[in-house]
Design a protein around this ligand. Sequence first.
Ligand code: ZN
Ligand code: ZN
Ligand code: ZN
Length: 163
Amino acid sequence: MAEQELTCNFCGDIIKEDDEYCVNCGSIFVDDALCNNHEDTEADGVCVICSSAFCDKCGEFTNGKFLCREHDGYEIIDSMARVFSSNDALKIEYFKNILENEGLHPFIFKREGNSIPFKGEDYPFFGKNGGALSLYEVKIMTPFYEVQKAEDIINGLEENKSE
Ligand SMILES: [Zn+2]
Ligand SMILES: [Zn+2]
Ligand SMILES: [Zn+2]
């Protein structure tokens, strides 16, 4: 008999029977989880970026994802968070390849909206002929659980360059 698939009550993501929390939204399924900062306070959720449990004073659900105070500034799309952004398409491609070689799963996100008509020559990658392109940044997103590793790698690359 096929095992029945369990899903998170909050976001509908697939979970395993012994999961203590949902990696997709940070909902906690156990009763005894405590806040990382307050040992006597029950945790409200698990930050999807750092996987630590926090109470409602130390973190909160934003658009259905639990984030701690340290990580609540992340730009989030679906189950991915932005780790880097640039107007430099070559740099984005380069970083993406490096992250992939490290076994991560980067995803390049281009915001198609909010583009403005642009007729200059400052953006050689986009619309030199006056297309309605640019000024939009390209983002590298990774799954939540890869964010911290991806940032370490990217920070390392940026530091090497400036030495
Ligand atoms: Zn969930
Ligand atoms: Zn966090
Ligand atoms: Zn707390």
